[in-house]
Design a protein around this ligand. Sequence first.
Ligand SMILES: O=c1ccn([C@@H]2O[C@H](COP(=O)(O)O)[C@@H](O)[C@H]2O)c(=O)[nH]1
Length: 274
Amino acid sequence: MTTNQLIKQIHKKQSFLCIGLDVDLNKIPKYLLNEDDPIFTFNKAIIDATHHFCVAYKPNTAFYEAYGIKGWQALEKTISYLNENHPDIYTIADAKRGDIGNTSTMYAKAFFEDLGFDSVTVAPYMGKDSVEPFLAFKDKHTILLGLTSNQGAFDFQTKCVDGVELYKEVLETSKFWNNSENLMYVVGATKAEFLADIRRIIPDSFLLVPGVGAQGGNLQDVCKYGMNNSVGLLINSSRGIIYASQDEDFAEAAAKNAEVLQLQMKAILSRQSQ
Ligand SMILES: O=c1ccn([C@@H]2O[C@H](COP(=O)(O)O)[C@@H](O)[C@H]2O)c(=O)[nH]1
């Protein structure tokens, strides 16, 4: 999906919500464990109940890799289900990859060509030649870790190197890489106070913002400082939506929590357009 198509969907659905499909078999309703493929059954029910309220889904691949071949098959079935039934939904493989060039090309092929995701998250610290192989794919996005939502972001990302915070150096430098129009950036919702500075460096880029919900990030603060003229935000919530209930009503409960966020987004969008 192109950036313009994503922006169109945001306005059509009045939502910039991304739902994280981080499936933990210890947290899904127990009766689903009797199914052939409990992960896919859970995801399908969540997608069927919530797709009206969001524009994107983000499976974090760790939650699939942890279950070996069965987990990977469930990931494949989930992305195929989305691509076949909801081609208007944007998909993110949260895999945080990146390696020497030829290896990055293989990662990019795996997520863009074999699985058919619209985007993949990539760590920037191996530099330009580790990221450009992802950027070479037309109409696919590479979502570079900018300033992450966790406490450990302060260990390195905010440290100064030659007088510039490392995360700012990542944002600034990556703008000049080949095909940088295919870049988006991860910025944690828990780091809303950094967003004004971030927007000065990358005013037009889309930001994937995890950390609303379970991690305590605030939607209003993120929008106040992070929104641009094209909205420019995909706000992710995973546990706060998919584990709203661990009973038989899990999908309806997830839909309710997704709708709460979507209605807040709709109100923010209508204020923005006034
Ligand atoms: O800085 C980051 C980068 C990625 N994530 C991922 O987003 C989701 C957040 O899940 P919640 O349950 O809504 O907290 C998860 O997959 C993380 O690995 C992040 O949180 N922060």
